[in-house]
Design a protein around this ligand. Structure first.
Ligand SMILES: Nc1nc2c(c(=O)[nH]1)N[C@H]1C(S)=C(S)[C@@H](COP(=O)(O)O)O[C@H]1N2
Ligand SMILES: [Mo]
Length: 230
């Protein structure tokens, strides 16, 4: 199958799920109410095990746009630019020399699965921000992957301490199919906000929609508010 054909099918399936959810949310407005979000680690204090509409999985499904870039640590680089004082391109060793953080957090995919208690090691986006120094006008970031994926998030969400650029999962290098060598994770938001095979973070002075957001996914994406589409 051609790449574009594959991508069309993936997008089509996601749009069908979106339509089904929108119907359901209309019928049960209470689940779309503002409710407190989880915080801390694991990100579900005082909350049910998983947000509304989610089912726990022990497996770790793979979701992508139909291609899985094969990037060695030697080839990998991460450019951080846009509304920052000190734009930089980090290579593997630069990245590994930054402060490293271990964390356990949950992973909620908008396609209704959640995986709990995942053990990660990586670099906080907060530590990257300290390096590049966002300008006062920066409000959002856009993250890009080697597969031309993109996703936007608010700076205040991106700077939460559990938002990591991870290279290690359960003490092993992050597998290629899950976005290795480096991907972002966003435990307080649906997982599409975390770009796999990440290669660029652009600081923005105004919000802009990424790949799925342009197709109707939420700009904010709070799982504890059933905030899937907008
Ligand atoms: N670069 C890139 N990042 C991506 C995606 C993608 O297709 N490309 N899919 C997103 C979606 S919808 C989810 S749920 C998670 C899936 O991560 P996983 O395949 O490791 O489970 O990655 C997110 N990040
Ligand atoms: Mo997803």
């Amino acid at each position: 199958m051609e790449e574009s054909e594959k991508l069309n099918r993936i997008v089509e399936a996601r749009m069908k799920l979106k339509a089904r959810f929108e119907e359901k949310i209309k019928l049960t407005p209470s689940v779309a109410d503002n409710r407190p979000m989880g915080k801390g680690t694991p990100n579900r204090h005082g909350m049910p095990q998983v947000p509304v509409g989610q089912v726990i999985t022990n497996k770790w499904p793979v979701l992508d746009l139909g291609l899985e870039p094969d990037i060695s640590t030697g080839e990998w680089k991460l450019t951080i630019d846009g509304a920052v004082e000190h734009p930089v391109t980090l290579y593997w060793q630069d990245f590994m020399n930054l402060p490293q953080t271990d964390d356990t957090s949950d992973f909620h995919c908008v396609t209704t699965w959640s995986k709990l208690n995942m053990n990660w090691r990586g670099v906080r986006l907060l530590d990257i921000a300290a390096l590049v120094q966002p300008k006062e006008t920066a409000t959002h970031i856009m993250c890009y992957g080697y597969d031309d994926y993109s996703t936007n998030l608010a700076l205040e969400e991106a700077l939460k301490p559990d938002v990591l650029l991870v290279h290690t999962y359960e003490d092993k290098p992050l597998p290629r199919e899950h976005g290795g060598p480096v991907r972002m994770i966003t435990p307080q938001l649906y997982a599409w906000k975390g770009s796999k095979w990440i290669n660029r973070i652009e600081f923005l002075t105004a919000n802009r929609r990424g790949f799925w957001e342009e197709r109707g996914y939420s700009n904010t994406a709070y799982p504890w508010r059933n905030d899937r589409y907008s």
